[in-house]
Design a protein around this ligand. Structure first.
Ligand SMILES: [Zn+2]
Length: 243
């Protein structure tokens, strides 16, 4: 379980380059928006490497978790840790990865005591102290959205609930114009989902979120210590790219 870094390094060497460390992260970040300053980029790699060293990964439905998959998940988690520190994720030991969206059985007991059960298909799921459950989607931007989304739930819980007046006023605005949001209208399902979907917009479509609601964008900046919309240079592609 502590061997991910070595497996990652070995994986990198088999791709033909002898200088793995920063290039591993650059390769993973190549599908992620350029949201880090040069200093933040250094820190991002350190946070992701620490996460990788301390977490276990399990493949479900026959999936073999590759070092690149594990590193991608670690990279997503690290996005939240620039201000709070990666120790915010110490309350769970690992990540379960499915090869595709997975089915769970939902149970609900109605007021007459009748239990209803139905299958539900999920791309990711997380709950207090349990593992983070993710599906490895083939489209990189959809994959990042799932990773960012589930760690937003984890981040929210780790900080003891981040909902406040700023969220509420953004929520009320969103409810009035659900067709013009820079994130999925599914965000309006409940406050937890609103946080998770706006996190996707913050990391993956920062300029659009900033234009839509500066207060909400600034709150995310405060919480994460990042300012993605202000970054115009791609720090990680200044380095040598893999051939
Ligand atoms: Zn969610």
């Amino acid at each position: 379980m502590k061997r991910w870094w070595h497996r990652l390094a070995r994986w990198w060497r088999t791709t033909g380059d002898s200088d793995p460390q920063s290039l591993i992260w650059a390769r993973i970040a190549a599908t992620f928006p350029p949201i880090f300053t040069a200093n933040q980029w250094v820190k991002q790699q350190q946070l992701a490497a620490t996460f990788l060293r301390h977490k276990r990964f399990w493949g479900a439905d026959g999936l073999t978790v590759t070092p690149e998959m594990a590193a991608t998940v670690a990279f997503g988690a690290a996005c939240y840790a620039h201000r709070a520190g990666i120790a915010i994720f110490d309350d769970f030991i690992g990540i379960v990865l499915y090869p595709a969206p997975f089915q769970v059985l939902r149970r609900w007991e109605d007021e007459t005591g009748v239990v209803h059960e139905w299958p539900d298909t999920l791309e990711g799921e997380t709950w207090a102290q349990g593992p983070v459950v993710l599906s490895w989607l083939s489209d990189p931007s959809e994959r990042w959205a799932v990773v960012i989304h589930e760690f937003a739930h984890r981040f929210d819980a780790a900080l003891g609930g981040i909902w406040n007046e700023t969220w509420l006023s953004a929520w009320e605005r969103a409810a009035q114009e659900p067709a013009r949001l820079p994130f999925s209208p599914e965000a309006l399902e409940d406050p937890g989902e609103f946080i998770a979907y706006t996190a996707e917009a913050f990391f993956l479509a920062a300029p659009r979120l900033k234009t839509w609601d500066l207060g909400l964008y600034s709150l995310w900046c405060q919480l994460t210590g990042l300012d993605p919309a202000a970054v115009t240079q791609v720090s990680h592609t200044n380095r040598k790219e893999p051939s």
